[in-house]
Write a protein that binds this ligand. Sequence first.
Ligand code: COA
Length: 377
Amino acid sequence: MAARLTTRTSITGHGVWHPETVLTNEELCAAFNEFVRRDNARNAEAIAAGRQEPLRESTPDWIVKASGIVRRYVEDKTGLLDPERMCPNIADRSEDQLSIQAEYALNAGRRALDVAGRAGEDVDLVVLGCSNLQRMYPALAIEVQEALGAHGYGFDILLGCSAATGATQLASQAVQLGQAQCALVVIPELTTGHMNWRERDSHFIFGDASVALVVEPTDRARPGSWEILSTRMMSKWSNNIRNNKGYLDRCDPSTEHSIDKLFHQNGRRVFKDVVPLAARFISDHIAAHDLAPSQIARYWLHQANGSMNELIAKRILGRDATRTEAPIILDEYGNTASAGSLIAFSEYNADLPPGSYGVMASFGAGYSLGSLLLQRG
Ligand code: COA
């Protein structure tokens, strides 16, 4: 019998995985500053003649103060710390091997399934969301589906830093519609591949990690699962966070390798635009349920910048939020693109009693925003 549209959904499992290699701000700046010295030496004549600005060094203290990031996990740091390379070394894999982003997804996905008490063959939908996909097709989600022995169907979505909240909403809707009974949301954010490690303004921002959620009908959920009471998405065009990498790159050899094919942003503008936008978006979502912001026990916010999160939470609550109310994982993980709010959820939900409300929210490139109002069962 077809399920009715009113099927309630819950997050029944969650899991985080990250590579073991840690990259500190100190290591990062030492390599970056060596690159700066070499580049300035190479261009000494042009700099002395005033034809070129010298590159400036980066400092660990500034990074902590400006972003809240202290370290991050990375797939590889040998390439990142080589001043002549400044790009992760990640070996290409043959077509009969599991691709690396699928591996990231499986590492977190298996943890989430364990928490839910489900096996791979119970899964009938895989939604894979992330800010960068390593290939065009076949969809990585289908590779994950095959590796798990899952059934049903799978698809990938890209939505910058809101890919994870977007993927979770799509999974929840599929379960609501009766299209799936056990949806696995996987967020393999191997972000170090899209960064410009030679750019002082952004070389410290990202880290690699993967997170996964299991979404099922609430009537199959174990006590302690988080019911998805409602979801919201919003987008508003902006060029302030952008990466132009795409399949048409080779069609114009004059720009094929230009630096706009990597992550770039106008960080200060993003900060100014997104703080009010996100605060209003989240406040409206809470108000639509006749809840006061103080009734939300936890805000699992997107993790791009510590001060940004403090300001957004302050605007919502009308006072400073404690770290317990709005946890920060940035110091340890850096910005893990869309994975951030889900990692914060996975790591900081176990202490909350049944009946607690929580909001998981993201904001990022697009601009794109996503919010989920949750209640512990
Ligand atoms: N080390 C030392 N100093 C640095 C530096 C570095 N790595 N990078 C920049 N600075 C300096 C600048 O030169 C400038 O100094 P000056 O005014 O004397 O020239 C000063 O720090 C401020 O630079 P600015 O670029 O305005 O920094 P900021 O305070 O805006 O912080 C971000 C930069 C990126 C941390 C911040 O804007 C941010 O996080 N914005 C939100 C971005 C976001 O959420 N993006 C989403 C990505 S998914």
